[in-house]
Design a protein around this ligand. Structure first.
Ligand code: SF4
Ligand code: SF4
Ligand code: SF4
Length: 412
């Protein structure tokens, strides 16, 4: 079994294949603090990719209400339970082994889903959810842990819920790929998007069983498995809207709450991200450290990152996003000028932003956040496409535009 390096768990691990020759990796940052669960992203994906017979229960994108909801139901609790059973009491982190480049969250001392499998009959620990569990993309919508008649406040709400936006993570070490006995699942060298070759797939559902995020799904009418395709024609730049330039996916560009930013990051042969400080995703994940992977302890090195919700009990968040949670929330609550500017790029353009620059603006005010004084500046962030050409320019202060009174009169 080859050894690969997984920087999210800060150590080497066993994986069925050695690192492939990827150059760029599909990645995204989701800001859970801003999502309104409108499901526009969900419908954007549904109406593009999964509107045909046999795909009725397929939601490649879904937004679920935590802690009770899940699609399929209880997917994460079920995997965590299987892992705990396989390694009782051992699923812990060693945060003393932090290293900024190779182990930013410390080292995971427990076992990944590859390491708890017997690797003879199964390459990955997993399960196939029963059909009933796939019936609702947001079951227990808006159900809070408890009602709080006296009100709640930061840092932790007594009664709480939050929305978790989920697509395939186009993992660096995909469990679906490792588990497929037909080698029908493959990861593209040019963008790291993980696809299922429909001609090779025989519907054994090993990928459905193996994916810890349950983002590979079985289609009974074709007897094959299908999954999020990362809207690859858009990422390739073959959509006429952007005239040959890489464009963000349907679920990203449709986002009403402006919580999503997607792009491509440079990766090395060792699976590590190559330093690219002016790439907004690289900046948010590796420099500002406000965005974290979902369940990094599973070991697939997922490429969708989350800015954690500020009001949720930290133990719950540490289990879900790893030990980087406290630092990420602190960095988001008190953002640097640069972080505040980069956050304005969310949903400012459909084209993929490959790099950015911040132009400093005048001081516009002061705020008191959690007892700390903050100065506000109207800086401007400029985004550049894959050719280095400016494609977007956004100021931190949103301009107020008043309609002329004449126009207002005419509309009465
Ligand atoms: S999230 Fe699941 S389906 Fe997607 S690449 Fe990772 S293991 Fe495969
Ligand atoms: S990236 Fe495309 S295929 Fe994947 S969930 Fe989003 S809209 Fe659907
Ligand atoms: S479109 Fe955006 S705001 Fe609406 S549910 Fe999806 S991620 Fe949340």
């Amino acid at each position: 079994m080859p050894k690969v390096y997984n920087w999210q768990i800060g150590r080497e691990m066993d994986y069925r294949f050695a690192n492939g020759p990827a150059k760029l990796q599909f990645a995204a940052v989701f800001n859970t603090n801003r999502c309104i669960a409108c499901q526009t992203c969900t419908m954007a994906c549904k109406t593009t990719w999964t509107f045909s017979p046999g795909q009725e229960l397929m939601w490649w994108n879904n937004v679920e209400t935590k802690p009770y909801g899940g699609f399929p139901q209880h997917w994460d609790v079920n995997i965590l339970t299987l892992q705990e059973k396989a390694n009782p009491g051992g699923q812990t982190w060693d945060v003393s082994k932090k290293d900024p480049a190779k182990a930013p969250y410390g080292s995971f001392s427990g076992k990944t889903i590859f390491e708890t499998a017997d690797q003879v009959n199964n390459m990955v620990t997993g399960y196939i959810p029963p059909e009933d569990d796939w019936k609702a993309p947001n079951i227990f919508e808006d159900a809070a842990t408890k009602h709080s008649p006296t009100g709640v406040s930061l840092p932790e709400h007594a009664g709480w819920f939050f929305y978790l936006q989920r697509i395939c993570n186009h993992c660096t070490y995909p469990a679906c790929l490792a588990a497929c006995p037909r080698n029908a699942v493959y990861k593209r060298e040019e963008d790291g998007i993980v696809l299922i070759d429909q001609n090779r797939c025989r519907g054994y559902r090993k990928c459905v069983e193996a994916c810890p995020y349950k983002k590979s799904m079985y289609r009974p009418t074709t007897r094959t498995s299908e999954k999020c395709v990362g809207c690859y024609p858009r990422v390739e730049g073959t959509d006429p809207l952007t005239e040959g330039l890489p464009m963000e996916t349907r679920c990203m560009t449709a986002c009403i709450g402006k919580i999503r930013l997607q792009g491509l990051v440079k990766v090395g042969a060792d699976g590590l991200w190559i330093e690219d400080r002016q790439n907004p995703l690289y900046y948010l994940v590796n420099v500002a450290k406000v965005a974290l992977p979902l369940y990094p302890q599973f070991g697939t090195q997922p490429n969708v990152y989350y800015i954690p919700p500020r009001w949720v009990p930290r133990d719950y968040l540490r289990q879900m996003f790893g030990p980087g949670v406290d630092d990420a929330i602190a960095a988001y609550m008190n953002p640097s000028r640069e972080t505040l500017a980069v956050l304005q790029l969310f949903r400012a353009t459909q084209s993929i932003v490959f790099s950015y620059k911040v132009e400093q603006g005048p001081k516009t005010g002061e705020l008191n956040v959690g007892g700390q004084k903050r100065e506000l500046f109207n800086d401007t962030v400029i985004g550049y496409d894959s050719r280095g050409k400016e494609i977007v320019r956004v100021a931190v202060d949103e301009p107020v535009i008043e309609r002329p009174s004449q126009v207002a009169m005419n509309t009465i």
